[in-house]
Ligand binder design. Structure first.
Ligand code: PMP
Length: 433
């Protein structure tokens, strides 16, 4: 019989760490990675036939749940016409129009294939449009794995405890200034010292790669004010939050209320509906600096691939207000039950939650988690036993304490009940760690 263990053993001889993306290797939680072979609604099935309630959602794209019939039908219809032509295709403009209808400040859109490509291109565009070099990012924010953005990055870099990445030149690192998240004084100091040389500040709309960390009220607005005053661009990375957090992306909630807009957005995950599509978007005059209308080069064999566009269009069509209300409600139920189970087991913690995105941070109730230093200082050793107790009981959580939990439109009462029933035993395991 094919087992997770023998598949992983073989994979390790063929692929570094046996995986194609580091966090999948279970490095920080230990044990054998699970090979999933099917996703239906709120559930995944592994190669051994075991079923799990999925709280990873393909790391974000599965907003509607796995194999949503409308998305699968749209993909089938697209596939029937061919897999891609490297030409213009009607669905590209359809997806772009859908994005703009939900985020009006995304005046023009360039489709790319991954979130990494979106942020990398946004950085190049910011430099090309401003003629300046420096990029400011926040510790613990993850913007993909392009060289200049790996300094003090979250996600897998945080999980592995790395300061950055080997292979990134000093020159690249020099041009990225990293400061603590939510630190207004540090941000002001950066502009006082380097004003005039900053091409962009890039930030996650709400960070979710060091666990979830809420922007303190007015923090995003301060980024907007300082960048605008200095002639730098503000890049709002919504690869994780875009079309997942309610009101059409986090920007919709905070930005519109506060009356500001970023210059550039990056999107990914949900807009590809599970296939490889991401995008950068923003002010028309900036976006038109991209080739072929401008001098900043970006191209992609698979950019705007029709099968991926079909999945994205179908997903956004079905991402209705009712879907967001459902996900928000279920996330609230799970987050509250998680807090209650940990409290009952005597485990000190905070639940870090913004909209439907949440994560747990152990041993942090005295300070909460407002930045990367606090996220790293938590009792992360409690997560491995907690994770495995959930896995044993058929709940698939992100295999790292620094990642957010994702619910979907398909998480009905039965799926949520299974999660709730598993929590007390997992909380006991965390307590015993
Ligand atoms: N930005 C953010 C905020 C992300 O969460 C991620 C991926 N988790 C990326 C960029 C990179 O996206 P991708 O993995 O598609 O390259």
């Amino acid at each position: 019989m094919t087992t997770n263990q023998n598949l992983f053993s073989t994979a390790q001889t063929l692929m570094p760490g046996g995986v194609n993306s580091p966090v999948r290797a279970f490095g920080s939680v230990g044990g054998t990675p699970v090979s999933m072979v099917q996703g239906r609604g709120a559930y995944l099935t592994d190669v051994e036939g075991k079923q799990y309630v999925d709280l990873v959602g393909s790391w974000g794209p599965a907003l509607l749940g796995h194999s949503h019939p409308a998305v699968i039908d749209a993909v089938h219809a697209a596939v029937d016409n061919g897999l891609g032509f490297g030409t213009s295709h009607p669905l590209e403009a359809e997806l772009a129009a859908l994005v703009r209808s939900r985020v009006p400040a995304a005046e023009m859109i360039r489709m790319v294939s991954t979130g990494t490509e979106a942020t990398m291109t946004a950085i190049r565009l910011a430099r090309g449009a401003t003629g300046k070099n420096l990029i400011v990012k926040f510790a613990g924010c993850y913007h993909g794995h392009s060289d200049g953005l790996l300094a003090a990055a979250g996600s897998g870099v945080a999980t592995l405890g790395l300061p950055g990445s080997a292979g990134v030149t000093e020159a690249q690192a020099w041009e990225t200034i990293v400061i603590e998240y939510n630190d207004r004084e540090a941000l002001q100091a950066v502009f006082a010292e380097h004003g005039g040389n900053i091409a962009a500040v890039i930030t996650e709309a709400t960070p979710a790669n060091m666990g979830v960390v809420a922007p303190e009220p007015g923090f995003n607005q301060l980024i907007r004010e300082l960048t605008a005053a200095d002639g730098a661009l503000m890049i709002f990375d919504e690869v994780m939050t875009g079309f997942r957090i309610t009101e059409a992306g986090y920007w919709g909630a905070s930005g519109r209320q506060e009356g500001w807009t970023p210059d550039l957005f990056t999107f990914g995950k949900v807009i590809g509906g599970g296939l490889p599509t991401a995008a950068l978007a923003g002010r028309g005059e900036v976006m038109e600096r991209l080739a072929p209308t401008g001098p900043v080069y970006h191209a992609g064999t698979l950019s705007g691939n029709p099968v991926a566009m079909a999945a994205g269009v179908a997903t956004l069509h079905h991402a209705t207000a009712a879907v967001y209300e459902h996900i928000d409600r279920k996330a609230q139920v799970v987050a509250e039950a998680l807090a209650a189970a940990l409290t009952d087991a005597g485990v000190d913690h905070t639940i870090q939650k913004v909209g439907s995105l949440f994560s747990v941070a152990f041993g942090t109730s005295a300070t909460g988690v407002h930045n990367y230093a606090q996220a790293q200082a938590q009792e992360s050793f409690r997560y491995g036993p907690f994770f495995h107790a959930m896995l044993d009981q058929g709940v698939y959580l992100p295999p790292s304490v620094f990642e957010a939990w994702f619910l979907s439109a398909a998480h009905d009462d039965a799926a949520v009940d299974r999660v709730l029933r598993a929590l007390p035993r997992a909380a006991e395991a965390a307590a015993a760690a």
